[in-house]
Design a protein around this ligand. Structure first.
Ligand SMILES: *[C@@H]1O[C@H](CO)[C@@H](O)[C@H](O)[C@H]1NC(C)=O
Ligand SMILES: *[C@@H]1O[C@H](CO)[C@@H](O)[C@H](O)[C@H]1NC(C)=O
Ligand SMILES: *[C@@H]1O[C@H](CO)[C@@H](O)[C@H](O)[C@H]1NC(C)=O
Length: 301
């Protein structure tokens, strides 16, 4: 659907051939100027210096035609529930997209395929329940993603942020996350700020790799560490995420020392000797019984 998107052209030279065609060309030019004007700034929006502001207009859908050179687009504080596929195809200059405080539960796949210059994306205060794999595909310039205050956000796909090498700030605070895989963050080489507070984290064994990784980066990485708390299991409820130490995860590991191995080897040896001896004794007993019963049979005859 979105792939067939056609961008209106910026300008077209007015052809002048036959005098008979001049009137026709003139009409075309007028028509184009007219449509151009209506496409230049959508109703209910203000457009100035490549900044298009459509915030707080009770919009239920995105405005259809924006100026092609739009750099900042704010659709914040509306009631937008979906974005059509290919919506951003024509706006190659887009740097900032503010979708804060709407009713978005998902984005169409490939929305950012042409958003090569997008630096800042605000999706906070929406209704996302999961962040799909490659949701920000091709938006390689992204430095800031705000996904905070999405109370239904339960799942972040391990490949959600794949390829975002420039990402510096990621805000996942005040969602419904109980778990986040290390894989989702590991590839973000440029990450400086990570906000994860206000989520119901379950600090079980599955969280250990992530917490270990975070702790090693905490000097380089600013994080809202005080705000991030464990909701479960009961033993660590209310504890700050970063107060958990190696000791906290000790039970997650089955660590065997040399003594343990020697003990296991010894037990194994004893058991095998015992079974050989038992077999031997059983063999002898069986043999004896056989002979004895044979002897008693002979007596009876
Ligand atoms: C564009 O948006 C960015 C980030 O929100 C902001 O810092 C910048 O001032 C905006 N530019 C204009 C011209 O409003
Ligand atoms: C969200 O937008 C509504 C208007 O649509 C406004 O009343 C409300 O204060 C905004 N909430 C936030 C958190 O900005
Ligand atoms: C948000 O999503 C949840 C399910 O994920 C749904 O129950 C709820 O009605 C949605 N709220 C809005 C405002 O769309």
């Amino acid at each position: 659907m979105g792939t067939g998107h056609v961008c209106p052209r910026r300008k077209q030279p007015v052809p002048h051939h036959h005098p008979a065609m001049i009137l026709g060309s003139f009409l075309v030019a007028v028509a184009m100027a007219f449509t151009g004007a209506s496409a230049s700034c959508p109703v209910l929006c203000t457009c100035h210096n490549q900044v298009v502001d459509c915030s707080g207009q009770r919009l239920f859908s995105v405005p259809p035609d924006l100026p092609l050179d739009t750099r900042n687009l704010s659709l914040a504080h509306n009631r937008i529930a979906s974005i059509p596929p290919g919506y951003l195809t024509c706006y190659a200059e887009l740097r900032v997209l503010d979708l804060r405080n709407n009713s978005l539960a998902e984005l169409p796949t490939g929305l950012f395929l042409t958003a090569k210059r997008l630096v800042h994306l605000d999706l906070s205060y929406n209704n996302f329940s999961h962040i799909a794999a490659d949701m920000f595909q091709e938006a390689h310039s992204l430095m800031r993603i705000d996904l905070s205050h999405n109370p239904w956000l339960r799942k972040v796909h391990p490949q959600a942020f794949r390829g975002l090498a420039q990402l510096r700030d990621l805000d996942l605070s005040y969602g419904g996350l109980s778990f986040l895989s290390l894989e989702a963050l590991e590839g973000l080489q440029g990450l400086v700020t990570l906000q994860i507070g206000g989520n119901p984290w379950v600090c079980g064994c599955t969280m250990e790799p992530l917490l270990k990784w975070l702790r090693n980066r905490i000097q380089r990485c600013t994080s809202d560490s005080q705000l991030a708390e464990c909701r479960a299991p009961p033993e660590v409820e209310g504890a700050p995420l970063f107060s958990l130490t190696e000791e906290s995860f000790k039970a997650c590991h089955l660590t065997l020392t040399l003594d343990d191995y020697l003990f296991i080897a010894f037990v194994g040896f004893v058991v095998s000797i015992a079974s050989v001896a038992t077999n031997f004794l059983l063999g002898i007993t069986a043999n004896c019984c056989h002979r004895w019963s044979k002897a008693s049979e002979d007596e009876e005859i």
